[in-house]
Ligand binder design. Structure first.
Ligand code: M6R
Length: 369
């Protein structure tokens, strides 16, 4: 049932192009508009929403962080993202104009369930983004947008994450479409780009051998740091989480702009630092800032592992290891940038002799608060 792979995780990583394509299937019509009939929240209600709040845990929380960038950019509706486990204990401000989105692969995560119950008690509408048909979270929500990743068996989430991102982009674009924003042309262009994104994920998967080789050389390390900016920041957090749960290594993700506010003190000779570089097109200011960060940490001895778009030559002089990803629109980059980090963590876990699909102390669905 592992389809010839040694681990479910490897199989699930390989299934990502299909999972992404399946999650888009039937949701973009021939004219390039979105048809999310399943979102049974009336468009009238969606037009009146004045705030979006997303609750989730773990990897799903990282998808939520990325969703915030997309929702605020494409809809101009303020969006907050909160760990589900923190949410209801701080008396959050919610009302009928708040759209709460609960993201969960399993649909059974107790922290997320309790957060959505709290939101509904305050009169907010809840939209679930979920991978498991008929599970508790969608049953208790006002509407659900299913991700079509298929069953995810490995404890470490991979294909569910990519499909959660796709679902988040769809919701953000749909909200933009329903509400009408000044980004109409951009929204149409992104919908087109989304339609070809599965191919980009496939392309990344075809170039992962050097990442595996690199991971094997780092098996004896104690710490790996991850840096990113903008949507690359949650990607850095996700890379660090994968490494913690699979390789049992100390791993931390930082927003690269925070380096100078503390974390740069951690940099020492030969410390592996993975840097997710934003596209040099689009938000080029961020790109240039991160290139300076790479220079700074390398000057202090870090071993730089740089994930950068094809054709980005500015990073070449400062990259000890360079991992290329295809060019994508800025907001969609996490769909391709996360893949090498999954492969990296899986290979490191294997090299360290760890159980890849069933990491110690973890369960696939966390049904206690
Ligand atoms: O089923 P859920 O998406 O609600 O699960 C949330 C987290 O428990 C989950 O993403 C966890 O962090 C994964 N093991 C990460 O790989």
């Amino acid at each position: 049932e592992k389809g010839g792979y040694d681990y479910f995780m490897l199989k699930e990583i390989a299934e990502q192009p299909k999972a992404v394509a399946d999650t888009l299937l039937g949701r973009i019509d021939g004219s390039g508009s979105l048809t999310l009939d399943e979102v049974r929240i009336p468009t009238r209600v969606l037009r009146e929403i004045d705030k979006v709040v997303i609750v989730a845990c773990g990897t799903a929380f990282h998808a939520a962080m990325i969703a915030k960038y997309a929702i605020e950019h494409w809809t101009r509706v303020p969006c907050e993202v909160e760990l589900a486990s923190e949410f209801r204990y701080r008396d959050p401000i919610l009302d009928a104009q708040t759209l709460v989105i609960a993201i969960s692969q399993s649909g059974e995560t107790m922290d997320t369930l309790m957060a959505l119950r709290h939101a509904r008690e305050q009169g907010s509408k809840v939209l679930a983004i979920c991978n498991t048909n008929g599970s508790t979270i969608p049953r208790e929500s006002d509407a659900v947008l299913y991700t079509h990743a298929g069953p995810e068996v490995a404890v470490a989430s991979t294909k569910a994450f990519l499909t959660q991102l796709v679902a988040c982009y769809l919701v953000a674009l749909y909200l933009g479409q329903v509400r009408g924003t000044k980004w109409g042309d951009e929204i149409r262009a992104v919908i087109r780009d989304l339609s070809s994104i599965a191919g980009a994920v496939e392309q990344v998967l075809g170039t992962m051998e050097p990442v595996r080789e690199l991971a094997r050389t780092l098996a004896a390390k104690d710490t790996v740091l991850f840096l990113g900016r903008h949507v690359g920041y949650p990607v850095a957090l996700e890379g660090a989480l994968k490494l913690k749960e699979l390789a049992y290594m100390h791993a931390e993700g930082f927003a690269a702009g925070e380096l100078k506010h503390g974390p740069i003190a951690l940099i020492e000779e030969d410390l592996p630092v993975v840097v997710v570089v934003p596209s040099p097109r689009g938000r080029s200011v961020l790109h240039d800032k991160i290139v300076s960060n790479i220079q700074e940490i390398r000057a202090r001895g870090a071993r730089t592992i740089v994930i950068a778009e094809e054709g980005d030559e500015a990073v070449v002089p400062y990259a000890d290891h360079l991992i290329r990803i295809p060019a994508t629109p800025t907001l969609l980059q996490p769909l391709v940038a996360t893949v090498p980090l999954q492969v990296f963590a899986c290979e490191l876990a294997t090299a360290r002799g760890n159980e890849v699909d069933q990491p110690r102390n973890l369960a696939k669905s966390v049904t206690v608060e």
